[in-house]
Write a protein that binds this ligand. Structure first.
Ligand code: DX5
Ligand code: ZN
Length: 226
């Protein structure tokens, strides 16, 4: 992707749940492309976030893409429920799917885009035989479960490996990076080949969240580094 074609997806995990409507409106009015929606079940990850009622409640507030990231142990049991709740992109974890190919086909049959997320310890090479079927790969740059963690630098190498795999296989998959993304590392991340920046704390905990989204969107990697 060229100049400023990357997407920005604020993670509402870092929003103010006592006034979610206002934060959703901010993302809607901002230059953000997608909403990133983190679902945690207390099994796959050591935290519980929120479920269907929240997605359904905010669905009418914006027509932007709902990018739903399932950090749950048995995603296959709930694919249709997430489609009904309003997911546009549905991402399951590689580590949670015994029959990943079947899961991906089912997500697509339900009319959603299909994504796979990799934990920090899971090698990109394991996607070799599924990459052609994917619309998105989410590289976790923190251990999933919590917002506000520190970016794991090795993820940059994984982005480069994934980019090479995508080019070699002619896959259309977008590369998404999730965890610890801020204005301090966005440029390096984008230069490595990322298409979608997920950002929670760095957006919602900033002084001016809408301006932070604008800045993340405006990072320009078209000029080469001298
Ligand atoms: C972590 C979640 C992330 C999280 C990112 O398990 O998948 O989407 O919201 O939050 P920050 O940007 O604060 O690291
Ligand atoms: Zn996420």
């Amino acid at each position: 992707m060229s100049n400023n074609q990357h997407l920005v997806a604020p993670s509402i995990l870092a929003a103010n749940f006592a006034n979610l409507q206002a934060d959703v409106a901010m993302v809607h009015e901002s230059e953000a492309d997608w909403f990133h929606i983190d679902i945690m079940d207390g099994q796959f990850v050591p935290n519980i976030s929120f479920g269907f009622p929240i997605i359904k409640a905010i669905r009418p507030l914006s027509n932007k893409v709902f990018d739903v990231h399932l950090m749950i142990a048995t995603p296959d049991d709930y694919l249709e429920d997430f489609q009904k709740a309003g997911a546009d992109v549905l991402t399951v974890h590689y580590e949670a799917c015994n029959h990943l190919h079947r899961t991906i086909q089912r997500i697509k049959q339900l009319g959603m885009k299909a994504g796979v997320a990799l934990n920090p310890h899971t090698p990109v090479a394991l996607l070799e035989d599924i990459i052609a079927d994917l619309d998105l790969v989410c590289l976790m740059s923190v251990n999933p479960g919590f917002g506000g963690q520190k970016f794991i630098p090795h993820t940059i190498n994984k982005v480069r490996q994934l980019k090479a795999l995508i080019l070699r296989t002619n896959s259309k998959a977008l590369i998404e990076i999730d965890g610890g993304v801020s204005m301090n590392n966005a440029e390096e991340i984008l230069r490595a080949g990322v298409d979608v920046l997920v950002a929670g704390s760095s957006v919602f905990k900033s002084e001016n969240p809408m301006e932070t989204v604008r800045q993340l969107k405006a990072v320009d990697v078209s000029v080469s580094v001298v």
